[in-house]
Design a protein around this ligand. Structure first.
Ligand code: GLU
Length: 446
């Protein structure tokens, strides 16, 4: 059976780092096994779901290169849910309840007060058909609970957490449908996982107890359950599930110049025993993806690490990948010259401006001005080639006895207006003789 995974976001907001990680893990798992990765839009909540979020989710996945092999929307599948629900009704696996939120809260408090777990007491199961009819006549509408099977033990071998056991008696029958007929997440998800042939559900460990319930739903629907795996959650560097992490979206990362490759390289390995390696692309990461390498400890997401990986990735990006993002006229040689110095692609523009535009000339002391005047003369006379920087500095070294910083720094400062930057041997040919000589003279006379 070929692997089918799904990423099932609710379009009630944009994706943040945590759910992008889940999407990526599902993509990697599917690709590793040559399977399919599905996008399922969990939009049963008509009020909170927004079309703009659906579009943003698609766009973010596309930006990351996590292209789904199929897309489904829960809002288009209500007929199926009705049919399956009717079946569960007939079989007595869902039942009608009327308790208000306040009543339920009171029941909880009483149980907790007695030192008992706050489990729903199934009082509504005792209602007769005439009780229901009377309530209906009085305008009351039921919400529905799924009847857990107290006699069948709940157990699965989690792909990450290992053997898991739950006792249905220690759990409340979950509400699956509200009084206004709208669906809660739990049951439609299982119906869809069955209908879409999902073989592997990989999600955050905040879903572990949902899995316990959902396993009974698979059984009630007469379907085999997929493999379940629950990854430890992401935490920020301060060790907590930080607010920032919960809201750190792709737009913000894009704006900060983070490349999708960097996010993929980091998130694919975070929480596993495998090292983060900026040199690995998504396909390679898929090949080495292994659930057994995941640990149980929370995975620490460090923005500084992301920036470091991003820089490493930018340094290796070929011209063809970035050409459309570069300033007009910036050549491949230009890109190759500046990329080892960039934290993000956007900085290339500044350097191209330095190469082709004018630079702010720093103030030099008299002796240095003399040195720069000599440099201008030397450069004007030197044989122009790709090796012109070596040529120039070689001659200046001989003529002045300067070396190291004294030899190089004034030249760099006069030619670029900066103390640091890309290799001058690569920059000088791009600046060109005329502009370079002019900059040196300007610095010598300013
Ligand atoms: N829509 C659910 C969520 O975002 C999906 C959970 C699941 O993967 O089953 O939490």
């Amino acid at each position: 059976m070929s692997t089918v995974t799904r990423f099932a976001p609710s379009p009630t907001g944009t994706l943040h780092v945590g759910n992008v990680r889940t999407a990526l893990q599902n993509w990697l798992l599917a690709k590793k096994h040559g399977g399919r990765f599905l996008l399922r839009i969990d939009d049963t909540d008509a009020e909170r779901s927004k079309e703009e979020y659906v579009e943003a989710i698609r766009a973010d996945l596309a930006w990351l290169g996590l292209v789904p092999d199929g897309e489904e929307r829960q809002s288009a599948r209500f007929d199926l849910y009705e049919r399956e629900f009717a079946r569960l009704c007939e079989e007595g696996r869902v039942y009608r309840c009327y308790e208000s939120a306040q009543e339920l809260e009171l029941k909880r408090k009483v149980l907790l007060g007695r030192g008992l777990p706050p489990i729903y007491d199934r009082a509504a199961l005792a209602l007769t058909e005439s009780d229901h009819a009377a309530k209906w006549a009085g305008g009351e509408r039921p919400h529905w609970r799924f009847l857990l099977d107290h006699d069948s033990p709940i157990a699965w071998t989690d792909g990450i957490r290992g053997p898991q056991h739950f006792d249905a008696r220690q759990m409340s029958d979950p509400v699956v449908r509200r009084a206004d007929d709208s669906w809660l997440y739990m049951l439609p998800s299982v119906i869809d996982d069955v209908a879409m042939g999902v073989t592997d559900v990989l999600r955050g460990e905040d879903h572990v107890s949902n899995t316990a319930v959902q396993l009974q739903m698979f059984a009630a629907l007469g379907a085999p359950a997929p493999n379940f795996s629950h990854a430890a959650l992401l935490v920020g560097t301060e060790g907590k599930l930080s607010k920032r992490l919960g809201s750190l979206g792709m737009a913000e990362l894009r704006e900060a110049g983070i490349e999708p490759e960097a996010l993929i390289a980091l998130l694919a390995r975070l929480g596993t025993s495998d090292p983060v390696d900026p040199a690995l692309d998504a396909e390679t990461l898929a090949g080495s993806f292994d659930l057994s390498h995941f640990g149980r400890a929370p995975a620490r997401f460090d923005e500084v690490e992301l920036q470091r990986i991003n820089a490493a990735i930018v340094h290796g990006l070929p011209f063809a990948r970035v050409a459309h993002l570069l300033p007009e006229g910036m050549s491949e040689a230009g890109w190759d010259a500046v990329r080892p110095n960039l934290a993000h692609i956007g900085e290339a523009g500044e350097w191209w401006q330095i190469v082709t535009g004018s630079v702010a000339t720093p103030a030099f002391d008299g002796e240095t001005k003399g040195y720069l005047e000599l440099a201008a003369d030397t450069l004007a006379a030197v044989q122009w080639s790709d090796g012109v920087w070596q040529e120039l500095t070689g001659e200046l070294k001989q003529a002045t006895g300067r070396k190291g910083k004294l030899l190089f720094l004034p030249l760099r400062q006069a030619l670029t207006g900066r103390d640091h930057g890309p290799d001058m041997a690569a920059l000088l040919p791009l600046i060109g003789r005329e502009a370079a000589v002019e900059r040196l003279r300007l610095a010598a006379t300013a």
